[in-house]
Design a protein around this ligand. Structure first.
Ligand code: FAD
Length: 557
């Protein structure tokens, strides 16, 4: 049985349809479903396969917003971070962050000590309701000697010590998004991946008729809904704001959004171990809104999955939209050079790069040249166009603050809702059956990946009583696990399995041999012919193409 059933989803009208299964769509559908709305979410590709899969994985409390004295934004980040940590404690862990201090001005120990104190006061409730093992300690200043132990080879000239504070690290941003969607299903929501909204028109009784294409079978469906939340990320202008200038939205006044390409690289080298280290870039950067300006962009070196993730670099995107997003070898090389200039002991070469993350982020309007200035706040707006007056478009700028945006949208609907809404009976998650908890290694491994959902896999294993439980022991992947992911978590392609559900391919290429084995196993369940099995492998390998030698330019996934 699969829970992805578009025909069934389209059978009854909804209060609200969410378009786009990135972090914004997922948090919005969860909060609205919890509030009792009859709601569905559709995603044209797989859940969390676009911008949200590319973040630096830091769920941050917004310490840097102190530069802007933006306490409100800090509170939004802190409460959103807490929500994510509460919702999926198995997918996040405390991350110690370190920034070396120069001893003068804004980088002096005195100023940073005061900033960390204020940060802790503003985040006084940051640990409320969190399990003890993931609570975030307060910030502190550490000695020059300790800083040099963590960041060896850093020039000690002018070095006074370092500031240390704690944020959360998302071990698997893709599963975190999925967790919101799965939890929304428990509250009666409906969801489908590979379901693309291709058109919207006014129907009867204040209902929109929405055309939805099944991107796997190519079948066309029609769905009815009173409201639409357009959370389609960098595609947000495609459906409701045609560039013809026909729409008269009051917030963006017909101006086409400009986008920046944001890039992180993943290095096989473990550059730092216990801390995410923030180091200043070489070129000048002026944050136009900051009251206190540092004049340089910060790069974070984040230890993750045994590698180091480094980011974030920005350049204006001229590639012509998110479907044609391209990462050039040259862009990756520039970033490698920048890292070596910032921290020469890293001694990175192109061959050290095992993966990259790239996505489009909205740029601020009105800043025509010079540094890339990104939009600072996530916003949502009604459409001025009479045909789309019950459509809300979201422009999200941070993974971390998505739950805050979602709560604001619930407030919006609560205010606007005339009380006519159809409440869905809340159907709780199916009982997984009973399983004897023996705290085995397999149990612990599954709990680390799936939290409470692990029991569903364990029950399957018990029922199926397979002699050989591993699909691939070296990759620590179980047969029952893959079957569960196909049946219960809408895995439809090999890329879904490798990039979004297990994270097997998110730090480095798992290799053709393993991919072929997985494709054969999945293909036997999903009735793929030999050509399809081979295609699935090639599609995954294509994602690593820019890292292969001798190619100038390759398309990103
Ligand atoms: C390199 C990089 C590093 C970053 N680092 C951080 C960080 O450390 N911390 C942080 O908080 N934020 C970070 N961000 C920002 C953050 O990742 C984004 O702001 C956020 O993920 C945007 O989410 P979204 O849901 O709005 O968009 P997306 O994730 O792009 O989701 C939109 C979805 O809509 C779908 N869609 C589009 N059109 C349709 C349609 N017609 N029908 C159905 N579905 C459709 C798309 O397929 C897509 O999946 C980073 C971003 C990048 C690129």
């Amino acid at each position: 049985m699969t829970i992805r059933d578009l025909e069934k989803i389209c059978a009854d009208p909804f209060d609200i349809l969410v378009v786009g299964g990135g972090v914004h769509g997922a948090t919005i559908v969860y909060h609205l479903a919890k509030a009792g709305y009859r709601i569905a979410i559709v995603e044209k590709d797989d859940f969390c396969s676009a911008t949200s899969a590319n973040s630096l994985k830091i769920i941050h409390g917004g310490l840097r917003y102190l530069q802007h004295f933006n306490i409100k934004r800090m509170r939004h980040s802190i409460t959103a971070r807490r929500e994510m940590m509460q919702l999926a404690p198995h997918l996040v862990e405390p991350l110690a962050c370190m920034m070396p201090l120069s001893g003068k001005g804004l980088r002096s120990k005195g100023v940073m000590r005061a900033a960390l104190f204020v940060n802790d006061c503003i985040g006084w409730d940051r640990n409320r309701g969190l399990p003890a093992e993931i609570r975030l300690p307060g910030g502190r200043i550490v000695s020059k000697e300790h800083c040099l132990e963590v960041v060896p080879g850093l020039s000690s000239e002018g070095l006074a010590g370092a500031s240390v504070w704690y944020d959360a690290l998302a071990l698997n941003t893709e599963r975190l998004v999925l967790e919101y969607i799965l939890k929304s299903l428990d509250h009666g929501a409906r969801a489908a991946n590979y379901a693309e909204v291709t058109g919207v028109e006014q129907g009867e009784n204040d209902l929109y008729r929405v055309r939805v294409r099944d991107n796997l079978s190519r079948e066309e469906h029609q769905l009815q809904t009173r409201y639409i939340v357009n959370a389609s990320g960098p595609w947000f202008e495609d459906l409701f704001c045609p560039p013809s200038g026909k729409h008269n939205d009051r917030k963006i006044k017909g101006k086409k959004q400009r986008w920046a390409l944001a890039l992180n690289i993943v290095s096989r080298k473990k550059i730092f171990t216990d801390y995410a280290v923030a180091l200043e870039g070489q070129s000048r950067y002026e944050d136009k809104d900051a009251i206190i300006r540092r004049g340089k962009r910060l790069y974070f070196f984040v230890p993750w999955r045994g590698c180091t993730m480094i980011g974030t670099e920005y350049e204006e995107s001229v590639s012509g939209g998110p479907d044609r997003l391209q990462v050039k070898r040259e862009t990756i090389q520039n970033m490698v050079d920048e890292v070596n200039a910032i921290y020469p002991p890293a001694a990175l070469s192109y061959e050290d790069i095992s993966f990259y993350h790239a996505g489009l982020l909205p740029m601020r309007s009105g800043v025509e040249s010079g540094d890339i200035q990104l939009e600072k706040n996530s916003t949502f707006h009604e459409h001025g166009d009479i045909n789309f007056s019950r459509v809300l478009s979201v422009k999200g700028v941070k993974y971390t603050t998505a739950p805050h945006v979602a709560r604001e949208i619930v407030k919006y609907f609560t205010k606007r809702d005339s009380g006519k809404r159809m409440r869905t009976p809340v159907c709780s998650a199916p009982a997984p059956g009973t399983w004897r908890n023996d705290q085995s290694q397999v149990h612990k491994m599954l709990q680390g990946r799936y939290g409470q959902r692990a029991v569903h896999i364990l029950v399957r294993m018990q029922e199926e009583q397979e002699r050989a439980i591993w699909l691939d022991e070296a990759a620590r992947l179980l047969k029952a696990e893959v079957r569960y992911l196909i049946d219960e978590e809408m895995v439809c392609t090999l890329a879904d399995l490798v990039f979004r559900r297990t994270g097997l391919g998110t730090a480095a290429n798992p290799g053709r041999k393993l991919l072929t084995k997985l494709s054969v196993f999945m293909g036997d369940i999903l009735n793929w012919d030999e050509a399809r099995k081979a295609r699935e492998v090639e599609t995954v390998l294509q994602r690593y193409a820019p890292l292969e030698p001798k190619k100038d330019e390759v398309k990103s996934e």
